[in-house]
Design a protein around this ligand. Structure first.
Ligand code: SF4
Length: 274
């Protein structure tokens, strides 16, 4: 099973290489039977993917993880996107009991108390719903790009996610941030206005702030934590992430989470879009 999955992902990646974005998506939908899921964070890369999926009118489900703590601007672009393309983006929300227990135990912003508390919050708000979103999926589309960070430098167009038993498809893996900006601009794709206000990466409101020029693009995420590495959690099949998760307490392995980050500041983005 694993060897077959790795081989299938490698073959798919080779065939995707020469195609444009919509062609890549079509190829995956043609080649992989079963449930196909795209998890969008509503960030700019994911908006490019949503655009291509919506125009293709294929069979990939577009879903998002509604943590309940997102910025109003994120809900705005979500609404705008559904209206623009005539689609519904299915939301996966945290389990009520888990949320109530966490808030009762730690407080509404209790994720600031410790790394473990933050990881627990990400666990029930993001990672557990992600598991439900991908339940039974044969392929998982993401907006990951190799240029987003050093940890993602080896992101392929398609790879085996052996932990989840599916093929993870990254159709933007070889795109630059400038490619994404150009695509969004040329196709009049709705995007989160926070990208114009210093947010290269947009996550939950209380855990994401704008960055200053010269700051690392991840500087705005969980900025009160001192750990040098915040690139872990969602993409658990990667070796580095598994090593990082090995350091957290039992039961919190799936708690850290990462969303797509851009490789440029929002000022650069604005220049590209204007
Ligand atoms: Fe909780 Fe912050 Fe993680 Fe969102 S990013 S799930 S608010 S800890």
């Amino acid at each position: 099973m694993t060897a077959a999955l790795v081989r299938a992902a490698g073959d798919l990646a080779s065939q995707m290489a020469g195609l444009d974005l919509r062609g890549r998506i079509r190829l995956v939908e043609d080649r992989i039977p079963g449930r196909l899921v795209f998890t969008t964070s509503l960030g700019i890369e994911d908006q490019a993917l949503t655009h291509a999926l919506a125009l293709n009118k294929g069979r990939t489900e577009i879903v998002t993880l509604d943590t309940g703590r997102l910025y109003p601007e994120t809900y705005d672009v979500w609404t705008e996107t559904e209206a623009a393309y005539g689609i519904r983006i299915r939301a996966y929300a945290p389990e009520r009991i888990a949320e109530e227990d966490f808030v009762a135990r730690e407080g509404i912003n209790g994720f600031r108390h410790s790394v473990a508390a933050r990881q627990a919050c990400c666990g029930f708000r993001k990672v557990e719903p992600l598991g439900r979103a991908l339940d039974g999926a044969a392929a998982w589309f993401t907006g990951l790009r190799a240029g987003q960070s050093a940890n993602r430098a080896d992101t392929p167009l398609a790879e085996a996610d052996e932990g989840r038993g599916l093929i993870k498809v990254n159709p933007l893996a070889d795109w630059s941030r400038a490619d994404v900006d150009r695509f969004v601009r040329d196709n009049f794709i709705p995007y989160n206005t926070l990208h114009d206000r210093g947010f290269p990466s947009i996550g939950c409101a209380p855990c994401t702030r704008a960055i200053k020029i010269g700051e690392d693009e991840r500087a705005g995420r969980w900025w009160w934590e001192q750990e040098s590495k915040k690139e872990c959690g969602l993409h658990l099949h990667r070796q580095d992430d598994e090593k990082t998760l090995g350091d957290v307490a039992p039961g919190q392995e799936a708690a850290a989470f990462e969303e797509p980050a851009s490789a440029a500041t929002s000022r650069e983005h604005r220049r590209e879009l204007v």
